[in-house]
Write a protein that binds this ligand. Structure first.
Ligand code: 5RP
Length: 218
């Protein structure tokens, strides 16, 4: 069922793509559906900035031009999914490990369009482990800091990010002051980025249900 819902929200997102634009593209299975839909209207965009090697390969497969973010000052829109998104439009992301590039592209995009199926839209974050990308040498030191925060760190085995780093999944974190926690974790030496997207959160949200897709903005 979730694949059907991912596909339906991906189809809806196509309506939000400005003509002749260069768009930012996230990562993951929902975004893979979106890239496929995008291929049908690829003539109406100039290109895309991908947030992962997987998304880049898929865009290339569909002959959608890849644009280097360093050649741009901003993007009109960034389309990505999330592992969870709460009623304040804050997200936990990075289940696929592409959080750092996702955060960079989101930070220079005028609009962040988040596309999810109904299972990911929650009133409050609901125990989904928060990923953090770390420089390999800092694996243990960052893990100790996670424990001090009340979290349980789990090293993501056999996984190297596109940037050559490791991922620690932080279980059991108490996310009361999400913005403070995002800044605090970002400041731990060795952390490249944390999968809390609460400072730069989503502007627009599409949520798919069996019979409809809801549009939500704050
Ligand atoms: C990847 C992400 C994805 O958006 C998130 O994991 C959701 O993935 P999927 O669409 O496969 O459920 O943050 O880093």
């Amino acid at each position: 069922m979730f694949d059907t819902l991912k596909k339906s929200v991906a189809i809806s997102a196509i309506n939000y793509i400005p003509k002749n634009s260069i768009i930012g593209i996230g990562s993951g299975s929902t975004v893979n559906f979106f890239i496929k839909e995008l291929s049908f209207i690829s003539h109406s965009i100039q290109g895309a900035v991908p947030s992962s090697s997987v998304s880049e390969a898929l865009l290339k497969k569909f002959n959608i031009p890849i644009v280097d973010l360093n050649t741009l000052t901003s993007l009109d829109i960034y389309i990505d999914s999330a592992d969870q998104i709460n009623y304040s439009m804050e997200m936990i992301k990075g289940g696929g490990g592409a959080l750092t590039r996702e955060k960079i592209i989101a930070s220079v995009s005028k609009t962040f369009l988040c596309i999810v199926d109904q299972s990911k839209y929650v009133k409050k974050f609901d125990n989904f482990p928060v990923p953090v990308e770390v420089i390999p040498i800092s694996l243990n030191s960052v893990s100790r800091e996670v424990v001090k925060l009340g979290g349980i760190p789990e090293y993501r085995k056999n996984f190297i990010t596109d940037n050559g780093n490791y991922i620690i999944d932080m279980h059991n974190l108490c996310i009361n002051n999400s913005v403070f926690l995002e800044k605090h974790i970002n400041n731990i030496p060795g952390v490249v980025s944390v999968g809390l997207f609460c400072i730069r959160k989503a502007d627009l949200l599409l949520v798919s249900y069996v019979n409809k897709v809801d549009k939500i903005s704050l």
